[in-house]
Design a protein around this ligand. Structure first.
Ligand SMILES: [Zn+2]
Ligand SMILES: [Zn+2]
Length: 185
């Protein structure tokens, strides 16, 4: 599956956003306006202007919609959710080649709020995945104490963990220890 550069970046933004949600007792990764500014900067979401409580609430709302799309049981459900999200954001497709990138399309409207910016551009990135027939690549980590969202971009859709370095490795070590205990027992 060939994924354009900007779509890949938008997907990383979706994953990071979904994973700021307070799943367990970890707390909300977007608890206040300062962390929202940090998020915007980290993902180079330009032109968002001054952010306030309203933006924070709106981004939390978009975040839950993205989580629903990750949880969608089939492409039809995912498509309906993406359509609703993108329609509400009021998109204005614009070809651009800013900052030395090749031509690509921005979907957010000029002067869009940060929530609408995320809904439009990340929503369209998720639309791209659905169009490619790859909705099942939107996954959650199989480590029981993690469950973080990720997009499986592996060739054979075989990825099970958010990160092979952390969760994958941790579970492999646990399985190895369990086997050794069994062998010794
Ligand atoms: Zn761009
Ligand atoms: Zn994980």
């Amino acid at each position: 599956m060939l994924i354009p550069h900007d779509t890949r970046i938008a997907l990383e933004t979706v994953v990071d956003l979904v994973n700021t949600a307070p799943e367990s007792d970890a707390g909300d990764g977007l608890a206040d306006i300062a962390t929202l500014y940090g998020f915007a900067e980290r993902h180079r979401i330009s032109g968002v202007g001054a952010l306030g409580e309203k933006d924070l609430r709106a981004v939390h709302d978009v975040r839950s919609r993205f989580a629903e799309i990750f949880a969608a049981p089939d492409a039809r459900t995912a498509a309906d959710l993406v359509n609703g999200l993108v329609a509400a954001a009021g998109t204005t497709p614009q070809l651009t080649n800013h900052d030395g990138y090749d031509w690509h399309v921005h979907y957010f409207a000029p002067d869009a709020s940060i929530a609408d910016h995320l809904a439009a551009d990340c929503g369209m990135a998720l639309a791209f995945i659905v169009v490619a027939g790859e909705q099942e690549r939107l996954r959650r980590c199989e480590a029981p104490d993690c469950r973080d969202a990720f997009v499986d971009l592996s060739r054979n859709r075989s990825r099970r963990y958010c990160s092979s370095r952390t969760c994958g490795n941790r579970l492999h070590v646990a399985a190895y220890r369990a086997r050794r205990r069994e062998a010794a027992g």
